[in-house]
Ligand binder design. Structure first.
Ligand SMILES: [Zn+2]
Length: 309
C-alpha cells in the first residue's frame, strides 16, 4: 500500500480474462494502491466464475476499508459481448457467460455503484486517457493477441455499438481465399494477422511450433520462411488498419497485445505498408500501447469513476 490520507477514496477494479483476473484498488487520479491477480477458473463454469468475481471484489473492498481507504465504486471488464447500458455480460466464448446481470450482482454484493465494460473497450479507455493515446482526441486502440479487436475512443469515451459488438476489426474479411476464422467465415483479419495466426502459419509451413514473437525474431535474423510469414501478416494487418482509418479517421492508433511486443520489427514495416495504402485519408500515427496488461484493470477503474460523475 502506498501512503494515502485517512478515508481517501478508491475504486475496486477487475479485469476478467479467459485465464486470469487482474484486480486493483485505484485512486481517482489513476494511481494503483494495491494490485492482485487470481485465476479465472473458467473450466468450473460461468456460475463459479461469477462467484469468484463477487468474492474477489468484496475482498478488495474489505481490504480498502482495513487500510483506512473508502471504496466508492466498482468497475468490471469482461470479454465477449457486453451490454454496457444494461450492465449485462451477454455472451462470452471463453468463459461461457450467457446474459449474466453482473453489474446488478456486484452492486448488490458490494453496496457500491458498479460499472460493467468490455475488456478491449476498457483497455482502450485506459490507453487513451492514461497511456499512449493521452491528450489525443480520436484514438483507435487495436489489441492484436489471440484475436484482434479495437476500441474507438473519442473524447475519452468508447462507443459500444447498438448491441455491444462494436470494434470487431478482427472479423473484417481481408483474404477471401484465406484460412477459416473461428467465427466461421474465411479470411478474417484475425485468422491471418493475430499473434496466434502468425504462430500457426509458421508452424504449418515449417513443422516447428513458434510463437509470433519468435517468428519476428527469426525474420529479423534472416530466416526466409519466417520473413515471408511475418510480411504476410504485416500486409494483412495494414489492410485492416487502412479499412479502419477509412471508417474512423483517427489521429493515433495504439497497437497493443502480443504482436506489439515485437516493437520495431512490427512498427517499421507496418507504418510503411499502411502509408502505401493511404489515398486521400490522413495517415494515423502508429504507437505501441504503454500500459501493457494493466490497461484493462485501469480502464475498469476509469469506468467506475465515470459512473460516479
Ligand atoms: Zn471472423
Amino acid at each position: 500500500m502506498t501512503d494515502a490520507p485517512d478515508g481517501a477514496p478508491v475504486v475496486v477494479a477487475l479485469d476478467v480474462g479467459g485465464t486470469g483476473m487482474k484486480c486493483a484498488l485505484v485512486r481517482p487520479d489513476g494511481a494503483v494502491v494495491h494490485a492482485e491477480r487470481h485465476p479465472t477458473g473458467a473450466e468450473r463454469g460461468p456460475a463459479a466464475v461469477v462467484d469468484t468475481i463477487l468474492d474477489v471484489a468484496e475482498g478488495l473492498a474489505g481490504k480498502a476499508r482495513a487500510e483506512g481507504l473508502t471504496p466508492v465504486a466498482c468497475g468490471i471488464g469482461v470479454p465477449g459481448l457486453v451490454d454496457e447500458a444494461a450492465g449485462v455480460a451477454v455472451w462470452s466464448s471463453n468463459i461461457g457467460f450467457r446474459d449474466v446481470p453482473l453489474r446488478e450482482l456486484a452492486a448488490t454484493r458490494l453496496g457500491l455503484p458498479t460499472a460493467l465494460g468490455h475488456d478491449v473497450r476498457v483497455g482502450g479507455l485506459a490507453e487513451s486517457r492514461l497511456g499512449a493515446g493521452r491528450g489525443v482526441g480520436h484514438v483507435l486502440f487495436v489489441a492484436v493477441g489471440t484475436g484482434i479487436a479495437t476500441a474507438h475512443v473519442v473524447g475519452g469515451s468508447a462507443a459500444a455499438g447498438a448491441h455491444g459488438a462494436a470494434g470487431e476489426l478482427g472479423h473484417i474479411q481481408v483474404r477471401p481465399d484465406g484460412p477459416r476464422c473461428g467465427c466461421g467465415r474465411p479470411g478474417c483479419l484475425e485468422a491471418v494477422a493475430s499473434a496466434s495466426a502468425v504462430g500457426r502459419r509458421y508452424t504449418e509451413l515449417a513443422g516447428t511450433p513458434l510463437t509470433a514473437a519468435e517468428v519476428a525474431d527469426r525474420a529479423a535474423a534472416g530466416d526466409e520462411l519466417a520473413g515471408q510469414v511475418w510480411r504476410e501478416a504485416v500486409e494483412a494487418l495494414a489492410d485492416g488498419l487502412a479499412t479502419a482509418q477509412a471508417l474512423y479517421d483517427v489521429e493515433t492508433m495504439v497497437i497493443g497485445g502480443g504482436l506489439a511486443r515485437a516493437g520495431a520489427l512490427l512498427f517499421d514495416p507496418l507504418r510503411a505498408a499502411l502509408r502505401e495504402r493511404m489515398t486521400f485519408h490522413r495517415e494515423p500515427r502508429l504507437v505501441a500501447a504503454a500500459l501493457g496488461d494493466e490497461a484493462g484493470c485501469l480502464g475498469a477503474a476509469l469506468l467506475a469513476l465515470d459512473r460516479l460523475e
